[in-house]
Structures are given as structure tokens and as C-alpha cells.
Design a protein around this ligand. Sequence first.
Ligand SMILES: CC(C)(COP(=O)(O)OP(=O)(O)OC[C@H]1O[C@@H](n2cnc3c(N)ncnc32)[C@H](O)[C@@H]1OP(=O)(O)O)[C@@H](O)C(=O)NCCC(=O)NCCS
Length: 469
Amino acid sequence: MLAQAVAKLGLGVSAQALSALGCSVRRLSTAETDLKTVLSEMIPAEQERLKKLKKAHGAKSLGEVTVDMAIGGMRGIPGMLWETSLLDPEEGIRFRGHSIPELQAKLPTAVEGGEPIPEGLLWLLLTGKVPTKEQAAAVTEELRERSHVPPHVLKVLNALPEDAHPMSQLSVGVMALQSGSHFAAAYNRGTHKTKYWETVYEDSMDLVAKLPRLAAMIYRRTYKGGEQIQPSHSLDWAGNLAHMMGYEDPGCLEMMRMYQTIHSDHEGGNVSAHTTHLVGSALSDPYLSYAAGMNGLAGPLHGLANQEVLRWLKDLTAKLGPHPDKEAVRKYVQDTLASGKVVPGYGHAVLRKTDPRYTCQREFAQKYMPDYPLFKLVSDLYEVVPEVLGKTGKIKNPWPNVDAHSGVLLQYYGITEENFYTVLFGVSRALGVLSQGIWSRALGLPIERPKSLTMDVLEKKFAAPPPSS
Ligand SMILES: CC(C)(COP(=O)(O)OP(=O)(O)OC[C@H]1O[C@@H](n2cnc3c(N)ncnc32)[C@H](O)[C@@H]1OP(=O)(O)O)[C@@H](O)C(=O)NCCC(=O)NCCS
């Protein structure tokens, strides 16, 4: 109200000042730039679309489920609706139909000709439309307005040992924020289910807005003696994350924008996305469901692989020196396999080619750090690892994934603490999983409940019939 009055009067009051007064600066945006207004206009048509789809095709089969699929981590079973992105095994991820190079060409940027800002991607993920510069700027403003992290959160973090893994700290920090859930409060008040999405939107945008601050708090208390850096009111969401962590190099800010864009979403079946979706389907609020997803991202076969890659690279250089030849690298890869470990950063459950997120980061490195020795090592590995993995005959995709490259970029800019890397992945992943969470509630998707079976049931189902007498 006050914000509108101020706008009408044309008073030059800053966003921060209004925010400090508890006013909604977002109300200053127009119908075209206010994300929630745009979404609310889209939702009825999408609900109708889903209803028609169910009516026309609901009983049709999407294919066979084999015993291998049931015991093999449900690979290949289409069992979920996920609107924000789709993964093609050969081509890689598309966000609402747009490839990574297309995002780089089309989304608004913070610097002329630079990397996309994740706020533009968030608009795209939620609405399916590429935002104008003004729409992306309105998201930046909305997130800035929502970004305050209440003081109890740092107190909760400070109750943890300093060496608590940063991913555990992220999960605990998000749970400490949960007391502010608008959805949980609305549910308790008995809100009608058609209105669920509205408070899920509020929670999701609040959480996305607060995550850079929370991540930076974790970083500063774990690695920088606890001295916190206040957000800059002139920086975008991802630029501010780098700034609050203590990094100001313009290249580092661009890297963070690119990093936060490309890690955001990878369709619905991966562990973090699926977990967030599953937990949200029980009407657990966005804080509860995202924290659950982050606990999955913290697994070494999923998001923690970016940390594992760096450890593996450090061990490699400790053993072979900073400039090993390819033969020595080949032997090191073979030794990793022989010791019963995976080569981190390689392979994928769905992809069957080099991950375009790897390629995007490689191109960034070629532009910003072509002579960096660690980049050279990662490039050498690209020439050696797929061949060694391929020779095992069992690995379906010997090519590098996103995690094989991200740590090198972070190391270059001085972010050397690899245990923190998965937190940066997690902040980005919020954009995808929470966008889908808003749509899941808007579309009224039901509680998830796939069927499980015992070995006994499977054995009996396919047992040879007794010989007829
Ligand atoms: C991502 C990953 C979990 C996918 O697993 P998956 O879908 O089971 O992959 P595959 O079907 O190709 O696996 C077949 C076999 O190859 C192995 N394999 C796959 N990738 C491997 C790798 N990078 N190094 C060593 N072995 C690997 C699997 O462990 C499996 O072995 P098993 O039959 O002895 O159990 C797997 O490739 C992996 O562990 N990669 C390393 C961790 C990583 O980078 N994770 C991030 C993914 S974005």
C-alpha cells in the first residue's frame, strides 16, 4: 500500500528503504513484469490442458516395465510429470525447450554480451517464455526484497561444529528458515486446495531469494573466520552470491551467473529433483521438500561428485605432479577403477554424450583461463578417461558430466574449498525444483506412491509352471 502511494507520488524512495519498512516493492512492478500475476493468468489454461490430456489419453500405455527396470533404480520408467526441463540422452538438457547455447543467446545478461542472469532463467522456467530485460530485472528486484535471512538462522548454524559438512549446514539452515513458511501457515488455516500454489509461490521465491545469503553465511563461517559480508544492493542474485562469499572479480561474477544458470534443472528423475517432487507431493512445504532434495544432492553419485572430482584431481597431481603425461594419467584412471571406485565426473544415468553443461563450462574456461594448468589437466582427462571407461565394456556413458568441469572454474577464482562446491550446485538447483513445485501444486498433482514388490513376488510371477502330469 505504502509502496503504491509512494509510487503515485513519484517519491524517490529506494527499494531498500521500502523493504526496511516492511513494504512490498514488488507491487511497483506492472502486470507484465510481476511474475506472480503473469503466472496466475497462465494457470487456468494449463489446468484445463492437463484435464483434457488425462481425459483423452489417460488410459493409454507409455510402455513396458521390465524386472530389470524395477530393480535397476527405475531407469527408463516414465513416471512423473515435469514441466520445466526435458533431457535428451544424445542432446542433453533443454529448459522449456531451450538448449544451453540458446539460453546464452536469448536470456538477459548483467553485462553486455555476457552470461545470462539466473533470474531470467527463473522467469523462463516458471512461465515457459523468454523474459524481457524488464521482466528479468523485476525478478532481481523481487528476490532482493525477499532476501533477508532472520538472525536465528546464523545462530542455528553457529551451533554446529565448524567442520560440519557445508551440505549438512545447508540442510539445517533451510530447516531453520522453515518456520517462516507461508504455505504451512495457510494449510493450518484450512486454505482451499485451489489456492495452494499461491503460498507455495511465496515460499519458493522467499527461499530462492535467501539461499545466496545462507550459502555465503555457511561459506564465511566455515572457511573465513565467520566475518559476514552484507549484500550489495546494486548486484544481481548470482553476482551477489559471489560478492557475499568474498569474491569481486568480474570474471568470477560472470562464472557464478553461468554456473547458477546451468545447474538449475535436469528434468525430474534425478535424485534431488525427484526427492523434492516426492516430498512436496505429501504437501510438505517448499522448505521441507527442498531440504530433502538437498540431502539427496549431497550424495557422491549425484551432486557431491563435484567435490569428489576436485579431491580426485588433487590426489592425481599430488601423486603425478602438476603436469603429468597422458600415459601416467591413463594408469591413474585404471588404478581408480581397479580399486573399486568410480571415476567422478564421468558417466550418467540418462545422457549418452558429453554433457552440454560440461561443454559450456569448457568454453568459459577457454575464454577466461586458457592457460590455467588445472584446465589443461581436465582437458587431458577428456582425451583419456572415456577411452579407459569404454574398455570396461559395462559403462553406458563414458563421457564427462557437469561435475567434471565446475571445480576447475571455482579453483581459478580462488574458491578452493571443494567441500563447499555442492552447496553452489544446490543453490542453483532450487530454481528448477521449486519452479516445478509451484506448477505441481497449481496443477493439483497427487501424492506420489509407486508400487514396490518383493523378490518373492517376482520369483513367483515368472516361475516356470509346474510340469503337467
Ligand atoms: C552417474 C552414475 C551414478 C550413473 O550410474 P549408472 O546409471 O548406473 O551408469 P551405468 O549404467 O553406465 O553403470 C554401469 C556400471 O558402470 C559403472 N560406472 C558408471 N560410471 C562409472 C564411472 N564414472 N566410473 C567407474 N564406473 C562407472 C557403474 O558403477 C556400474 O557398475 P556395476 O555394474 O559394477 O554396478 C555413474 O556414471 C557414476 O557413478 N559416475 C561417477 C559419479 C558422478 O560423476 N556422478 C555425477 C552424475 S551427474
